[in-house]
Design a binder for this molecule. Structure first.
Ligand code: PMP
Length: 405
């Protein structure tokens, strides 16, 4: 059994008052709060070992370089990649997808080639492909969902044609919580000779992800959604594929030699890391992953799913509640509306009670169109949330409902 009270003590922000009320933070899908260990690591990095990495012969630069590369190794181990050079640090999920769409997409995809996405994608996994469509004339195809908001795998299988060249999909939907059968989907794509990117932004914080077992060609996620700092994330890519891809940005770090006549690019992973990297962020990121590993992702998932089940059952008792995302395999995301109440009003009135939830389209407007709604209220759970907080959330929703009666 994990000790949630002890865990809560690691997160100073949970002590904050909102409008003089105790904070109930249920916006973890947008970003999680940070444990003291992670914030301490950032402070210690700046106070004790700050120096630009990879370039200096001096003591501090070497220490900072070692810490940054050790962080890369921690990430590698966390997702079970084969080599740490397969771990590219980016600004986050969004930049990682843009990198692949730009570098791989512009190099390997041509007019008429098909890219398969799904109805439940975040804008970060739609817009970069649309930008590529504008540049190269690729065709975007979209996997539909069934009435439980699970992907229709038969449609997916039937979508492949000789023109299909790439698949990109979310492992876990940020709106519906649906856990997509990533391994199966990758296998189907590979049988068709098609490469796959998995958007793991909402998966890595909740599920044990093993990129080798999945056989993903690319896997991307952000540190800030797994108790780490903002502004850093990961592109995992198979070495042989990354090796053949051209750089995404040019500058320092990503070169081996430069003259005005010719530049030779650096080896992996540096070829894709132009400029001074967030070497303080990377070490804090590794600290967050160590924090999660010490608790155990399985334990975290169990706790979060228990909260999800409890909250879902309680929410369903309220008249007029419609829940979006009823997949059999579901992560700790609870999206809903109450008939006659705008999601924005619900969010505002919950906020006044100290309850932080997300409202709106959640950067998934095409999904909202499919669902025939403008937005939802979304509660997302993390390791530090409690049943008591779920009770407060449910009471809060009931209060708003009664105000509208
Ligand atoms: N994909 C999914 C499924 C997400 O939930 C998010 C964050 N909301 C992103 C991509 C984008 O992540 P970031 O803003 O950290 O780049």
């Amino acid at each position: 059994m994990i000790d949630i009270e002890k865990i809560r003590n690691d997160f100073p922000i949970l002590e904050e008052k909102v409008y003089n009320k105790e904070l109930v933070y249920l916006d973890n899908g947008a970003t999680t709060q940070k444990p003291r260990q992670v914030v301490d690591k950032i402070v210690a990095g700046y106070y004790n070992t700050n120096a630009n990495i990879h370039r200096g012969v001096h003591f501090l630069s070497q220490k900072a370089t070692e810490a940054h590369e050790a962080a890369r190794e921690t990430v590698r181990e966390f997702i079970n990649a084969s080599e740490s050079k397969e771990i590219i640090f980016t600004r986050g999920t969004t930049e990682a997808i843009n990198l692949v769409a730009s570098s791989y997409g512009e190099h390997y995809l041509n007019a008429g080639d098909e890219v398969i996405l799904t109805e439940m994608e975040h804008h970060a996994n739609i817009v970069p492909w649309q930008m590529l469509r504008e540049k190269k004339g690729i065709v975007i195809k979209v996997v539909p969902m069934n009435d439980k908001q699970e992907l229709d795998l038969e449609s997916y299988k039937n979508m492949f044609t000789p023109k299909t060249k790439f698949v990109s999909f979310a492992h876990v939907s940020n709106v519906l919580g649906t856990i997509n059968p990533a391994k199966e989907m990758i296998e189907i794509a590979h049988k068709n000779g098609v490469k796959v990117l998995v958007d793991g932004a909402q998966a890595v914080p909740h599920l044990k992800v093993d990129v080798k077992d999945l056989d993903a060609d690319f896997y991307v996620f952000s540190a800030h959604k797994i108790y780490g700092p903002t502004g850093i994330g990961v592109l995992y890519g198979k070495e042989d594929i990354l090796d053949l891809m051209p750089p995404y940005q040019g500058g320092g770090e990503m070169i081996s030699t430069v003259s005005f006549e010719k530049t030779v690019y650096n080896e992996l992973p540096y070829k894709f890391e132009a400029g001074t990297p967030d070497y303080i962020g990377s070490t804090a990121f590794a600290e967050a992953l160590n924090y999660v590993s010490a608790i155990g992702l399985e334990n975290m998932e169990e706790h979060e799913i228990e909260l999800l089940r409890y909250a879902t059952a309680k929410l369903k008792e309220i008249d007029g509640v419609v829940i979006y995302g009823n997949a059999t395999h579901k992560s700790a995301v609870l999206s809903f509306n109450v008939e006659g109440i705008h999601h924005y009003d619900m969010g505002m009135l919950l906020d006044k009670q100290g309850i932080a939830v997300r409202t709106g389209h959640h950067c998934a407007q095409p999904l909202m169109d499919v669902l025939g709604i403008e937005g939802t209220v979304r509660a997302t759970f993390a390791i530090y949330n409690t049943k008591d907080e779920v009770d407060k959330f449910i009471e809060g929703v009931k209060k708003v409902v009664s105000m509208f009666k």
